[in-house]
Design a protein around this ligand. Structure first.
Ligand code: PLP
Length: 377
């Protein structure tokens, strides 16, 4: 059987990894400034993570959501404390798209509406309302009948105000920092305006922190820079440090009922063990502060490089480097000549830096030295 060929691949096979480094099958070491697609938060194969997951697997890895799984509450408690959302409720699932799909459905269940506001260059996932093909009207929200999405430019308050002239907006969904779109940070005043308009109109404010959450921005959630408290917050990538686990943080005003949401694999013993290891390490090792400190250092130093760089954007260790030319060749040079992984984006000129939050000054300096050399060529 052949693999369904949907990914363009580098000719490189990682076989082991530790902290910020990955080794290929020839024992060549690479610095991971891509974090395996923003997923590696506490560093590859962190010893506490290995122990937690291995111990859990020896006991029980999975049982369905029809029984008591106290690890889920332990995770909710520790995540609530670390994120400052201990008064919210947690729904556990498996991927970023699933978290957003559930958040949109919850919004629509809550206010009975179906018009969604989203922003240009956004990315929220690839599922397409699978429920529309499921023969059970009870789990189908009004949103699923005829989804209607208004795409507005990010940070355009006038367009936002115009959209809210209608009174049937179900939800606004926005990324804490736009990732795949090329690292665009929403202005704090813009997020505050969304929060205010949602509150006054009965729309639901959904913050997609799938990529920008879990300390990547230097705070636990990127939206903390704006001081807003969204109704629903979605999390995934950094949450399991590579184990597929995701979730929705849900404001107390949303009332749960049995069967409203659900999943087979979400919140398994093993997923909870992985997610618990991550929150424990982020807290113990003060990785939010490290992300903020190293991110500021990198951004400041990158802004000194003028040749070939049009703009440096981002917060913490979520950094976009917009070049004056298409970035594909430079990324290849960084990978094969300097042994550094970087990320692409939907903007051909913009490189994404999404390293593990354990990155240290020596790693940042190595990246800066190699990047400055390569971009000047
Ligand atoms: N939301 C954001 C902001 C993302 O960056 C992504 C993935 O890149 C997703 C949602 C979808 O997550 P997943 O690929 O886990 O479904």
């Amino acid at each position: 059987m052949n693999l369904f060929d949907v990914y363009p691949l580098y000719d490189l096979e990682p076989v082991r990894a530790r902290d910020v480094y990955v080794w290929d099958k020839n024992e060549t070491r690479y610095l991971d400034c891509y974090g395996g697609h923003a997923v590696i938060s506490i560093g590859h194969c962190h010893p506490h993570y290995l122990l937690r997951v291995q111990e859990q697997l020896q006991r029980i890895g999975f049982y369905s959501n029809s029984v008591q799984i106290p690890l889920q509450q332990e995770l909710a408690d520790k995540l609530g404390k670390l994120s400052g959302y201990d008064d919210y409720q947690l729904f556990l699932c498996n991927s970023g798209a699933e978290a957003n799909e559930n958040a949109l459905k919850l919004a629509s269940f809550h206010n009975g509406r179906k018009v969604v506001v989203a922003f240009t260059h956004s990315f929220h996932g690839r599922t397409s309302a699978t429920v529309m093909a499921t023969d059970n009207p009870k789990i189908r929200a009004p949103l699923n009948d005829r989804p209607e999405v208004l795409f507005l430019p990010l940070n355009d308050e006038t367009a936002l105000l115009r959209a809210f002239e209608r009174d049937d907006i179900c939800a606004v969904i926005v990324e804490g920092i736009q990732g795949l779109g090329g690292i665009h940070v929403p202005a704090p005043a813009f997020l505050q305006k969304i929060a205010a308009l949602c509150a006054s109109s009965g729309a639901i404010f959904i913050l997609d922190e799938v990529q920008s959450g879990y300390g990547r921005s230097g705070k636990f959630f990127a939206h903390e820079y704006a001081g807003v408290r969204p109704d629903l917050i979605t999390i995934a990538k950094g949450m399991g440090n590579g184990f597929p686990v995701a979730g929705v943080l849900i404001h107390p005003k949303f009332k749960a009922s049995h069967g409203l949401l659900g999943t087979t694999f979400g919140g398994s013993h093993l997923a909870c063990a992985a997610a618990l290891a991550v929150v424990e390490v982020i807290g113990r090792e003060n990785l939010l502060a490290n992300s903020a400190r190293l991110g500021s250092y990198l951004i400041e130093e990158l802004r000194r490089i003028t040749k070939g760089v049009r703009e440096v954007r981002g917060l913490g260790l979520m950094i976009g480097l917009e070049l004056e030319f298409a970035s594909a060749n430079l990324r290849k040079q960084m990978l094969f000549e300097h042994k550094i992984f970087t990320g692409s984006s939907h903007d051909a000129n913009t490189i994404r830096l999404l390293p593990p939050l354990t990155l240290q000054r020596e790693h940042a300096d190595y990246f800066l030295e190699c990047f400055a050399k390569t971009v000047a060529q």
